[in-house]
Design a protein around this ligand. Structure first.
Ligand code: SF4
Length: 490
């Protein structure tokens, strides 16, 4: 697979990876169809709200510490600006970093701009951002509105780059372009690789790029034990750090949904090898992750010692937790690769995964290597999962499924979903920090947290008894997937 970093536009996931967001069947069936390159997407005749690419691109870019970001769109596209700043501040505290606010502006396109164009406003906003924040680079994210009226955002950013003497970068993330919001991550990384990253001057043999969201620092200690150093990207980096990510010895990622594009682009453009393995969640996934990292960096012996020691360290506690959790029925609603990782982790705790609603599906990743396929890893290691759907956070489907399956526990990845489990009387776990579940300690972390959450059963049942669902009994008796059309095979 070739990534074209010369083009200002990123190729969307539907075209690049045949990604989809509508499927129902089993995990094994989906793997099988993906392998045979059969597109099994099913359109919905009804859909509730979902996220957009623009928001995902912004979530990565705003946390670069010395840049300004301009969203070229109507003010409605800025609905999550406050959340970005909240996450940014909370996660800086978790990483012990000095607190900074995001530097984020909107061009506030209005009706008149839809007629006469928003280019003048955009130029003013870029100059304003430069004067107010003195950033090392300015990113301009596009919106549906700027895309529809045809503003030449790429041309304007190139022009202002020459005028201001810093990178001014167009980010092609118009919401309407892709139904897979993770395409926004690719848009942000495409912009970074195209305009910020420079060719390596001196390779650093012990430095490992870690493509991550934010979350706690679990890799410094683990990597130090095998003679490596983590370089967390992209949140909380600076422009100067990003320029040099081409000098790392390898790239790993905590979530292939997040990092597929950036990891592949760094390997293609600058020869930084991507570690091709499942993400480091669950025992086997973590073993494979570290073994592959060891092979790429010449640290095989050190990795074997680390694996042996870590497995031994957690074994007694893990057995104890497994005894308590064995057979408890759990349902997972989460993003693609991270959701697959949670399935592995919960299976290691010997819980019974009764189903999953995964936000989208990438039949393969940009590296084209099956070892990175987290779902295949789960099916081959732990067996098939029934009631497996690909569902882009359609709450009406989730509520219906939960009501039918009645699991002991719901594990969700996004905040807005947690409330539905509780309203149905299902103890619900939301963990915002992806790194919380990483590695051997991550299994213990999750196990302990789940035991805590299961003890809330009486409490959530009480809440459910006093809650009213917006869904009628008529809907709860229906097939949850009745709005999904037939599979579209290509
Ligand atoms: S870019 Fe489009 S889809 Fe995204 S928030 Fe704005 S209008 Fe909505």
């Amino acid at each position: 697979m070739t990534i074209n970093i010369k083009s200002p536009e990123v190729e969307i996931r539907e075209a690049r990876l045949a990604s989809s967001n509508g499927f129902i069947g089993t995990a094994k069936e989906l793997c099988h169809k993906s392998k045979r390159n059969k597109c099994c997407h099913r359109n919905r005749s009804f859909s509730q709200c979902l996220e957009c690419s623009s928001s995902r691109a912004l979530s990565m870019l705003v946390m670069i510490r010395d840049v300004a970001v301009i969203n070229h769109g109507p003010i409605g596209c800025s609905a999550d600006f406050a959340e970005f700043n909240f996450t940014n501040r909370a996660e800086q505290i978790r990483r012990n970093l000095p607190l900074k606010n995001v530097k984020l502006l909107s061009t506030n396109l209005q009706e008149k701009d839809m007629v006469y164009g928003g280019e003048v406003k955009l130029k003013e906003a870029i100059r304003d951002a430069y004067v107010r924040f003195r950033p090392k680079a300015i990113f301009v994210t596009a919106s549906c509105a700027s895309g529809i009226i045809g503003d030449d955002v790429s041309g304007i950013t190139d022009e202002l780059e020459k005028e201001l003497g810093i990178p001014v970068v167009y980010v092609s993330c118009e919401g309407f372009k892709s139904q897979i919001w993770a395409t926004g991550f690719d848009s942000a990384f495409h912009a970074i690789v195209r305009k910020i990253v420079k060719p390596p001057i001196k390779k650093k043999k012990d430095l490992i790029n870690i493509i991550n969201f934010w979350g706690s620092d679990v890799f410094t200690d683990l990597f130090a034990r095998i003679g490596l150093r983590p370089n967390y990207i992209v949140p909380f980096t600076t422009v100067d750090q990003l320029k040099r990510i081409s000098e790392a010895a390898a790239t790993v990622q905590v979530c292939s949904t997040l990092g597929t594009y950036l990891a592949a682009a760094l390997e293609q453009e600058y020869g930084v090898p991507e570690v091709k393995s499942p993400p480091p969640y669950g025992l086997k996934g973590t073993d494979e992750f570290f073994r592959e990292l060891g092979r790429s960096t010449g640290k095989k012996k050190e990795v074997e010692i680390l694996i042996e020691k870590e497995r031994e360290r957690i074994s007694e506690e893990l057995e104890d937790i497994k005894d308590k959790l064995k057979g408890k029925r759990v349902y997972v609603s989460a993003g693609a690769a991270h959701g697959h990782s949670l399935l592995a982790l919960l299976s290691d705790l010997e819980m019974e995964v009764v189903g999953a609603g995964i936000f989208h599906h990438d039949p393969h990743y940009d590296n084209g290597d099956e070892r990175s396929d987290a779902l295949k890893h789960v099916v081959e290691t732990y067996g098939d999962i029934k009631n497996f759907s690909v569902c882009n956070k359609q709450v009406f489907e989730l509520v219906n499924v939960l009501n039918k399956l009645k699991p002991d526990l719901l594990v969700v990845r996004h905040g807005g979903l947690a409330v539905w489990g509780v309203k149905l009387g299902v103890p619900t776990l939301l963990v915002g920090d992806e790194q919380f579940g990483i590695g051997y300690q991550g299994i213990i972390n999750y196990g302990k947290k789940i035991l805590d959450v299961l003890s809330t059963k009486d409490f959530v049942e009480n809440i459910a008894a006093h809650s009213e669902l917006p869904y009628t009994n008529w809907w709860l008796r229906q097939d949850p997937y009745r709005s999904l059309g037939r599979e579209q095979h290509e």
